[in-house]
Design a binder for this molecule. Structure first.
Ligand code: GLA
Length: 441
């Protein structure tokens, strides 16, 4: 029932918001558990600017300890969808410690949608039967030296049709703080038809102002608790969210519709990040969505590329796989310290596409101390041939042979213009060059 209810909400939203075009649809088969999962809003960012941004005060600076590097952790949605339980969260917290993920930097254990129960006569929200005691669960996660996140919506309902925070923002923020919550993902969903469309049916700018105000309201409610809580916006990139989210407290914001464990979807999302690099930095990050590493039928090459791309993008690294049954090779990807160090680089500068040529994309990311990360992706689909490619160092602002470390083999590598790179389909070469030799002009 709930899935049907949320499906109609999403369909309604898409129909009612003509200015929000749909993402170019990559080939998508249904992921596992998809029948029970709510619909995926497939919206792309509108590049339009609306008046409210100009009226904003100076950026609201988040507490310094929050999200100074892209948040790392795990979220329940990409594997468990609406089936997640208290036990899954505890097991995942245990595994984050046992697998060494905690030591590698993963901190947040985030409960996504479907934990919500009903409100009592005083409006206090209770968790549902899958989560008998949220305070006890938060205490358990904290006892492992980890932090805990939760999920809600500014609308009357969440995307899966559970109770949202509309008109209960302060009460819910206080509730989260009383449980010891450290992170809130706030997902637009039913707010679109229930509030934006209702209050301003024919006025796109006003709809966007209403949306902005909803995030602002929850940010104020979270700040009023006095607890440092990472605030994650989930509104699929609407209204160029990266332009205004930091001013209303956003520590990270989704830039696209939902990810799925298919190369085409991952590649489509990665491509959509090109050009957004100037909006990201310590305390405020572009979020190309949670990781699918280890999910679906992604090949090892695809898992490596996905993880490398998110590191180049300074993306939040929220694993979304089945941790108790994680294969060693997936663990090796998720805990590759060199790649994580790229993602978590203290300079906090998001990487950018340097150039693309045929089926190869070359991205670079400037790192602290003048170092440089270089990622070469073979995005071609022919699985039966490698892709010989000659890197053009001048197009990266470099000159002459560059000595670095191949972060997936762990071995030294020298990049030259004439050396052919043999990259299998959907695989990546990720190199860190600590002392790049710049182009002499
Ligand atoms: C939306 C979000 C997802 C997930 C689901 C939960 O689709 O984009 O990340 O939170 O809602 O219902």
């Amino acid at each position: 029932m709930r899935a049907f209810a949320s499906l109609s909400l999403a369909v309604l939203a898409l129909a009612l918001l003509p200015s929000a075009s749909q993402t170019p649809a990559p080939p998508q088969a249904a992921p596992k558990a998809q029948s029970a999962a709510p619909p995926k809003p497939q919206l792309v960012a509108s590049q339009s600017s609306v008046a409210p941004k100009a009226q904003l005060a100076a950026p609201r600076v988040p507490p310094p300890q929050v999200a100074q590097t892209p948040p790392m952790g795990w979220n329940s949605w990409n594997y468990f969808f609406d089936k997640v339980t208290d036990k899954n969260i505890r097991d995942s917290a245990d595994q984050i410690v046992a697998t060494g993920m905690k030591d590698a930097g993963y901190v947040y254990v985030n409960i996504d949608d479907t934990w919500e129960g009903e409100r009592d006569a005083s409006g206090v929200l209770h968790s549902n039967a899958k989560f008998p005691d949220m305070k006890a669960l938060a205490d358990y996660v904290h006892s492992k030296g980890l932090k805990i996140g939760i999920y809600s919506s500014p609308g009357p309902k969440t995307c899966a049709g559970y109770e949202g925070s509309l008109d209960h923002e302060a009460q819910d923020a206080q509730l989260y703080a009383s449980w010891g919550i450290d992170y809130l993902k706030y997902d637009l969903c039913s707010f679109i038809p229930a509030v934006m469309m209702k209050q301003a049916p024919n006025d796109h700018a006003e709809q966007m102002r209403i949306m902005w105000a909803a995030y602002d309201k929850m940010d104020k409610a979270l700040k009023a608790t006095g607890r440092p809580i990472v605030f994650s916006f989930c509104q699929y990139g609407w209204d160029a969210v990266w332009e205004w989210a930091p001013q209303v407290g956003g520590n990270l914001w989704r830039t696209t519709g939902d990810i799925q464990p298919y190369w085409d979807r991952i590649y489509a999302i990665a491509s959509q990040q090109a050009g957004l690099e100037s909006y990201s930095g310590p305390g405020h990050w572009n979020d190309p969505d949670m990781l699918e590493v280890g999910n679906g039928k992604l090949t090892l090459a695809e898992n490596r590329s996905h993880f490398s791309w998110w590191a180049i993008l300074a993306a939040p690294l929220l694993a979304g796989n089945d941790l108790p049954n994680m294969k060693p090779e997936i663990k090796a990807i998720l805990t590759n310290r060199d790649v994580i160090a790229i993602d978590q680089d203290p300079l906090g500068r998001q990487g950018a596409r340097a150039y693309s040529e045929g089926e190869v994309e070359v991205w670079t990311r400037p790192l602290a101390g003048g170092a440089l990360a270089i990622a070469v992706f073979n995005v071609g689909d022919n699985r039966y041939s490698t892709h010989p490619f000659h890197l053009d160092l001048a197009r990266l602002g470099l000159h002459g042979p560059q000595s670095g470390k191949d972060l997936w083999t762990g071995k030294p590598i020298t990049l030259t213009d004439n050396k052919p790179l043999e990259l299998p389909s959907h695989d990546v070469l990720l190199v860190r060059v600590d002392e790049p030799k710049a182009n002499v002009r």
